[in-house]
Design a protein around this ligand. Structure first.
Ligand SMILES: *[C@@H]1O[C@H](CO)[C@@H](O)[C@H](O)[C@H]1NC(C)=O
Ligand SMILES: *[C@@H]1O[C@H](CO)[C@@H](O)[C@H](O)[C@H]1NC(C)=O
Ligand SMILES: *[C@@H]1O[C@H](CO)[C@@H](O)[C@H](O)[C@H]1NC(C)=O
Ligand SMILES: *[C@@H]1O[C@H](CO)[C@@H](O)[C@H](O)[C@H]1NC(C)=O
Ligand SMILES: *[C@@H]1O[C@H](CO)[C@@H](O)[C@H](O)[C@H]1NC(C)=O
Ligand SMILES: *[C@@H]1O[C@H](CO)[C@@H](O)[C@H](O)[C@H]1NC(C)=O
Ligand SMILES: *[C@@H]1O[C@H](CO)[C@@H](O)[C@H](O)[C@H]1NC(C)=O
Length: 809
């Protein structure tokens, strides 16, 4: 009896050691010890458990889990705070716990014992394909301990962030202290269960950011969560016992992790299997408005505007002086006290926002938004309300009380609406009614209107535009029709005028087609030539938002910007009217064999300088800090003196759902001009414009397109390295004398502008001084990204390219 069983045992041993020789096993049983140098690999080979070291001043050893494809990426660490000093330690199972024992038999680290779990007879340790390390009964599924309950700085699909409300146990993500030190750092990402659940990023004792309340499919302040299609499913389970947030990955999803990095930034990082590289898909916080309570109580934050802080309607800055100095933490206060009697108040919608902090809000999932509104309107201590769950048709109710502040409101694309209780005098009437009110009751306003109309008249005359603009009578009726343009300086055209000018948008009048619409040439009845941009229907913005944006664009006036003359709004039609540029666009010249002969070096120099002044104005000198987003030769127009004028600026802002983000995998912009960080992460900044400008500069000098099979940047870089950069210049340029050194300097600046890392690129003001200052010594350009392969068609892998400058930092 004894004999046979022991023989059988021997056979099993033999078998398993054979297996050991040919396969990586995924388990450790009670008889085994895992020594330094040995590992266990999950069944399908994704994750590996073992010892790893980090060298600081002395080498420290840890037990951890990493990806087999990329062993330097540690997703979990056991002995965070107790590194081993030598390499002769072992991991083993002892009395139902996992223990890490050093060479002197000290226990350095061990798993906690869950007293509620039954004793196990035969526990084993197993590394699963999800990356979870579990201590479980060999034959049953009850888990004694699992690494997913003790996250490190990495949040993997299947893990949780949350709270057990009965025991107080928390699942949270904590940063490492530094790149080589996995001990607990200052940042912690955890669940906040007060009010409607949300996640909070803490910096020690201070709230750094909040995601905003969970509103059904996502957190209120993270609309980009909707952009993963179905590759990742975000879930929040909330019961009286626990509140848990987790992410499930679809089978087709590539390796992906969220890391809370040492600087307190959450990054979603994905694995590009072909390039064998990790790339940052998304990170958060990513703009100034993410900072908690940035604009104080009753303030709203919009990072697309300058200044970024505004007060809610009906509120004004508490301390106007501090507010103008952009110290906004003091926030705003109500202008007119709210009289909670009769019907002297109503609700105003604050559009497309991250909801205010719900810490002290009242939540009711069982009622409709109509009922929510009714309850809030009859309840004097209710200040505002909104939808609780935005999925489907929307349902549920959040109400904010009068005695608390509305705080941490941020404008976001695709945000939800907040309904704010306000005195009737602040409420929107329809356009018509407003005008009636203005004219009928408010005499001073009528007078103002007349003054403004007179100003128009003078302006129009000054611009010598004789006819074609609507006459004053018509203009008045336009104002009535469209409601609130009474304070504008921008002429409104009616659709009939535009149609007549363009022969009903005839193809014969088509000048070009861009990302945002088609441009036609038009002639007004007085003979004045105009360019008419008929925006594509994607600009689904509300009327008022649209007008505000157009007003903003109209205010941008510079010698090197194309001037906006007016606009036309009719039903869903949105049209912009610009001054007409007789010499077409730059691409018409520089890429044409014959026509580019006309462009002498002096002309090219003037053109480059003019473009850079125009961009500098957009970036910095205008009050609005506009990023162009689509600079290219076709967007540089030339007037009759060949003065370059940047066109299409600000237009991206007219499109409510800006398509620059990676949501659909579509990136607006033009191949060849897109900076790598924009192409890859949809990340837009003044430096992405600088990149496009750099490409444009190289094109102007070389007379060659950076497009198709011709990678101008790679070619320029090759010549630069070979010390033959002057060969890049167009043969049509006479490069005799001192011209050659100017050409080389310009190309040098171009190469500085197309450097891979945005931080390395100069700003436009530096570019201008580099271009104009012969004596200035320029830094050596770093290698640009030489090839970018973008596949917008495939939604699961929008971008196949890696930014080494982000990973490297
Ligand atoms: C640290 O680990 C690496 C890879 O496992 C190994 O090559 C190296 O020798 C270790 N360093 C020390 C000081 O043991
Ligand atoms: C490692 O060395 C440090 C400094 O000598 C000591 O404080 C620490 O206790 C040692 N750790 C272990 C696990 O031996
Ligand atoms: C291994 O399993 C995990 C979890 O099921 C899955 O996400 C991953 O794609 C699998 N990897 C391979 C190489 O099959
Ligand atoms: C994170 O969770 C762990 C485990 O529950 C807990 O000990 C720790 O205090 C939590 N950290 C913070 C900052 O709440
Ligand atoms: C943290 O992530 C941000 C955003 O991707 C990045 O800019 C920063 O360099 C990262 N910090 C570290 C220490 O990796
Ligand atoms: C919620 O109420 C508490 C207690 O009055 C207060 O300290 C806290 O600031 C309030 N939170 C918000 C977001 O208003
Ligand atoms: C009135 O609104 C406040 C704030 O939302 C809420 O706390 C209170 O329960 C409401 N009262 C009633 C009777 O609904």
């Amino acid at each position: 009896m004894w004999d046979t069983s022991s023989r059988r045992y021997g056979t099993v041993m033999l078998l398993s050691s054979l297996l050991l020789a040919s396969y990586s096993l995924d388990t450790l049983d009670q008889t085994q010890k895992l020594a330094n140098g040995q590992t266990r690999v999950s069944l399908n080979g994704t994750f590996e458990l073992g010892f790893f070291n980090r060298t600081t001043s002395t080498t420290k050893w840890y037990i951890g889990i990493w990806y087999t494809v990329s062993p330097e990426i540690i997703v979990w660490v056991a002995n965070h705070d107790n590194p081993l000093n030598d390499s002769s330690s072992t991991l083993s199972i002892s009395k139902g716990t996992l223990v890490l024992i050093d060479s002197l038999q000290n226990i350095i680290w061990s798993t906690s014992v869950n007293p509620s779990m039954p004793k196990m007879s035969d526990p084993i340790l197993k590394i699963l394909d999800s990356g979870n390390l579990v201590l479980k009964d060999q034959n049953r599924d009850n888990i004694l301990w699992q690494s997913f309950d003790y996250p490190s700085n990495t949040f993997l699909p299947g893990m949780k962030i949350g709270k057990d409300l009965t025991t107080g146990f928390e699942w949270n993500i904590t940063s490492w202290k530094s790149r080589n030190d996995p001990s607990k750092g200052n940042y912690c990402y955890k669940m906040d269960t007060l009010g409607q659940p949300e996640l909070v990023l803490w910096d020690g004792e201070r709230i750094k950011f909040k995601t905003g309340a969970w509103v059904g499919p996502r957190f209120s302040g993270l609309p980009e969560m909707a952009t993963y299609e179905n590759m990742l499913n975000f879930k929040l389970f909330s019961t009286s016992k626990e509140v848990i947030y987790s992410i499930e990955a679809d089978k087709s999803m590539r390796l992906s992790r969220i890391v809370l990095n040492e600087t307190g930034v959450l990054q979603r990082i994905m694995w590009d299997h072909d390039q064998k590289n990790w790339y940052v898909y998304w990170f958060w916080p990513n703009d100034m408005c993410d900072s908690y309570a940035k604009c104080g109580p009753f303030g709203t934050c919009n990072s697309n505007e300058a200044p970024i802080c505004k007060c809610l309607p009906g509120f004004s800055p508490k301390s106007p002086k501090e507010w103008t100095m952009r110290n906004n933490l003091g926030g705003c206060e109500r202008e007119t006290p709210l009289n909670c009697q009769g019907n002297s108040y109503g609700f105003k919608s604050v559009k497309s926002v991250k909801l205010p902090d719900t810490e002290n809000a009242t939540v009711d999932a069982s009622i409709s938004i109509m009922e929510c509104k009714r309850r809030c309107s009859i309840n004097c201590s209710c200040l505002a309300y909104s939808l609780l769950d935005i999925s489907g048709g929307g349902s549920g109710c959040i109400m904010w009380g009068y005695e608390y502040d509305l705080i941490d409101i941020k404008y976001i694309e695709g945000g939800q609406d907040l309904y704010l209780k306000l005195d009737k005098s602040y409420l929107d009437a329809t356009g018509k009614r407003k005008i009636q009110v203005l004219i009928g009751i408010m005499v001073p306003t009528t007078v103002m209107l007349l003054v403004l109309l007179t100003v128009h008249c003078i302006r129009l005359r000054r611009r010598k535009i004789k006819t074609g603009y609507p006459d004053l009578g018509k203009e008045k009726s336009n104002y009535k029709e469209s409601g609130s343009l009474h304070d504008t300086e921008l002429p409104m055209f009616d659709l009939e005028t535009v149609k007549a000018a363009t022969a009903n948008f005839s193809d014969a009048n088509k000048l070009g087609q861009g990302g945002f619409g088609i441009v036609y040439k038009g002639v007004l009845s007085g003979g004045e030539e105009i360019a008419v941009k008929r925006l594509s229907k994607g600009s689904s913005q509300g009327l008022n938002e649209f007008k505000n944006e157009v007003m903003l664009i109209a205010k941008l006036q510079h010698r090197n910007l194309v001037r906006l003359l007016g606009c036309c709004i009719h039903d869903s039609e949105r049209i912009l009217i610009y001054e007409f540029m007789p010499n077409k666009s730059l691409d018409f010249f520089i890429f044409d064999k014959v026509r580019r002969e006309v462009l002498s070096w002096t002309m090219r120099l003037e053109i480059v300088a003019g473009i850079s002044r125009g961009i500098l104005y957009l970036h910095q000198d205008s009050r609005f800090n506009i990023i162009h987003r689509d600079l290219k030769a076709a967007n540089i127009l030339l007037d009759k003196e060949m003065t370059p004028k940047v066109s299409d600026f600000g237009i991206a802002r007219l499109f409510k759902r800006e398509q620059n983000e990676m949501d659909t995998g579509r990136v607006v912009g033009t191949r060849g001009y897109m900076s790598p960080e924009y192409a890859m992460e949809g990340k837009i900044s003044v430096k992405s414009d600088v990149y496009s400008f750099g490409v444009l500069l190289l094109e102007i000098i070389s007379g060659k397109r950076n497009q198709g099979n011709h990678n101008l940047i790679a070619y320029a870089w090759q010549l630069w390295q070979a010390g033959r950069i002057i060969q890049l210049a167009d043969e049509a340029i006479d490069n005799a004398g001192s011209v050659a050194s100017d050409i080389v300097r310009f190309i040098h600046v171009g190469l500085l502008c197309v450097q891979e890392c945005a931080d390395d690129r100069p700003t436009m003001s530096t570019v201008l001084s580099m271009l104009s200052n012969e004596g200035m010594s320029l830094p050596e350009p770093k290698k640009p990204v030489l090839s970018t392969k973008i596949t917008p068609e495939s939604s699961s892998s929008p971008i196949e390219l890696t930014l080494t400058c982000i990973e490297g930092r």
